[in-house]
Ligand binder design. Structure first.
Ligand code: ATP
Length: 381
C-alpha cells in the first residue's frame, strides 16, 4: 500500500474525481494511452516506463502483487500525481507530459479509490448524486436512486454513511464514481471488501454499467479470477513494469514468464537439466527451444493438468506412471491430492473434482500431457 493510502483522501482533488456530469451528457468512448510512463519517489522507481493503450470502451484489469505500482499508475492517469517521465494521453490529447499537465477535474476521469472516502456529512443519496450537480435536482435524485437500487442499497438513501458496513460503503462509493458516466473510469480494487457472492453480483452489475456507459476502464485487482471475469484484457504489472498484457486465455495458455504462469494457475515446478535441446522427464522427453544446453529448465505442470485413474481391479495394465495418493484434502468442489509418482523426487500436487474417491493410500495411474506443460529457464523467476 502506498503511504498516501494510510488516510482517506478527502481533499478537493479527490472529490473532483467524482467528475461532474453535464445535462444530457452522452459518453463518448475515449482512448487512454500510457507512453513510457515513469514515476519516481526519490531514488525509488515505482513505475519504470509503462506503455499501455486502452481502447475506447475497453475494460482492462491491472493485475499484480502488492507494491508493484498499480495504484500509482491510476493516480498518474487521473492527474493526482505527475509522471516523472513519459506521457499520458486521452483521445490522443496529452494530459501529462514534459511540457503539459491537465488538472484532474478537466480530464473527464472518474477514480474510485481503495479508501473510497464517502462524505460523512452527506446522506447516501447526496453522496451518490455528488457528481450530478448540473442536472436538475429531481433528475439527479432519480438517477442516484436508480443506481442505488441496482446495487441493492436504495433503502439507505436517506441515511448517513456511518451506519453502513464497510462493504456497503464500498458499493456506495462505486455508485458515486460510476453515476456521472465519466469517459474514463479508474477503479482501485473496487470489490476487495465484499464476500464471494456479493462480489460476483457486484462484478456483473458494474461490468454491465461500464458497458452501458461505454466507459474506458482500468480495474485494479490482486485477484486473477476477478481479472479474467471482468477484463477484456489483462495487464500484468511487476515491480513497476508491464510484463505481459493480453486476453485471459492468452495469458493462461501462453504465459510469457514463470511469474505470469504462477499468477494464473496452481503449478508444480520441477527442475531438469537441458541436454541436446530437451529435458528428459518421467512423462517423456520435452523440447526446450530457446534454453541453452547445460542450463536448467523448470517444467511446470498445472495441478489441474494431471490425469489420475485408480489402478485397482486389473488397472495395472493401464497406461501412465504408477503413483499412490499420499495425502487428500477436501476443498469443496475439488480435492487437492499429493501423489507420489514414479520417477519424480517430490510428490506432485493434483486437483481433481470432488467425488472421484481418490483417498489416501489408493494406487493410481498418472498421465501428464507434455503438450500442456509449460517450460521456462530456471533463472527466469
Ligand atoms: P497494493 O496492491 O498494496 O495497493 P500497489 O501495486 O497499488 O500496491 P503502489 O501503491 O502503486 O502499489 O506503490 C508502488 C510503490 O511505490 C510502493 O513500493 C510504495 O511504497 C511506493 N510509493 C507509493 N506512493 C509513494 C509515496 N507517495 N512516496 C514514496 N513511495 C511511494
Amino acid at each position: 500500500m502506498s503511504r498516501d493510502k494510510a488516510k482517506p483522501d478527502t481533499t478537493p482533488a479527490a472529490a473532483s474525481l467524482v467528475v461532474p456530469r453535464a445535462r444530457a451528457a452522452a459518453t463518448f468512448a475515449a482512448s487512454l494511452t500510457f507512453e513510457a510512463v515513469e514515476r519516481r519517489y526519490g531514488e525509488y522507481l515505482a513505475l519504470a516506463g509503462v506503455s499501455l493503450d486502452v481502447k475506447p470502451g475497453e475494460v482492462v484489469c491491472l493485475l499484480g502483487p502488492s507494491g508493484c505500482g498499480k495504484t500509482t499508475l491510476l493516480r498518474v492517469a487521473a492527474g493526482i500525481e505527475k509522471p516523472s517521465g513519459g506521457r499520458i494521453l486521452i483521445n490522443d490529447r496529452e494530459m501529462a507530459g514534459p511540457s503539459r499537465f491537465v488538472p484532474p477535474e478537466e480530464r473527464g476521469v472518474g477514480l474510485m479509490f481503495q479508501d473510497f472516502a464517502l462524505f460523512p456529512h452527506l446522506k447516501i443519496l447526496d453522496n451518490v448524486a455528488f457528481g450530478l450537480k448540473q442536472l436538475p435536482k429531481d433528475e439527479a435524485r432519480r438517477e442516484a436512486l436508480a443506481i442505488l437500487s441496482r446495487f441493492g442499497l436504495d433503502r439507505y438513501a436517506d441515511d448517513y454513511p456511518h451506519i453502513l458496513s464497510g462493504g456497503q460503503q464500498q458499493r456506495v462509493a462505486l455508485a458515486r464514481a460510476i453515476v456521472p458516466r465519466p469517459a474514463v473510469m479508474l477503479m482501485d480494487e473496487p470489490f476487495s471488501g465484499l464476500d464471494v457472492q456479493l462480489r460476483e453480483s457486484m462484478q456483473e452489475e458494474t461490468l454491465a454499467l461500464l458497458r452501458e456507459t461505454r466507459a474506458t476502464s482500468i480495474v485494479v485487482t490482486h485477484n486473477p479470477e476477478e481479472a479474467m471475469r471482468m477484463g477484456d484484457r489483462i495487464a500484468v504489472l511487476r515491480a513497476g513494469r508491464l510484463v505481459q498484457s493480453g486476453q485471459a486465455e492468452d495469458l493462461y495458455r501462453h504465459p510469457a514468464s514463470l511469474f505470469v504462469a504462477r499468477l494464473f494457475s496452481e503449478i508444480n515446478e520441477i527442475t531438469f537439466p537441458v541436454r541436446h535441446g530437451a529435458i528428459d522427464t518421467p512423462a517423456g522427453r520435452i523440447p526446450t527451444p530457446g534454453i541453452a544446453n547445460g542450463r536448467d529448465a523448470i517444467l511446470c505442470i498445472r495441478e489441474r493438468g494431471v490425469g489420475l485413474t485408480a489402478s485397482g481391479g486389473g488397472g495395472h495394465s493401464r497406461p501412465g506412471l504408477s503413483g499412490r495418493v499420499l495425502h487428500a484434502k477436501f476443498l469443496g468442489d475439488v480435492a487437492r491430492l499429493e501423489i507420489g509418482v514414479e520417477g519424480f523426487d517430490k510428490p506432485l500436487r493434483v486437483r481433481v473434482d470432488e467425488g472421484e474417491g481418490l483417498t489416501k493410500g489408493v494406487e493410481v495411474k498418472v498421465t501428464i500431457d507434455p503438450k500442456t506443460a509449460l517450460i521456462f529457464p530456471a533463472d527466469s523467476a
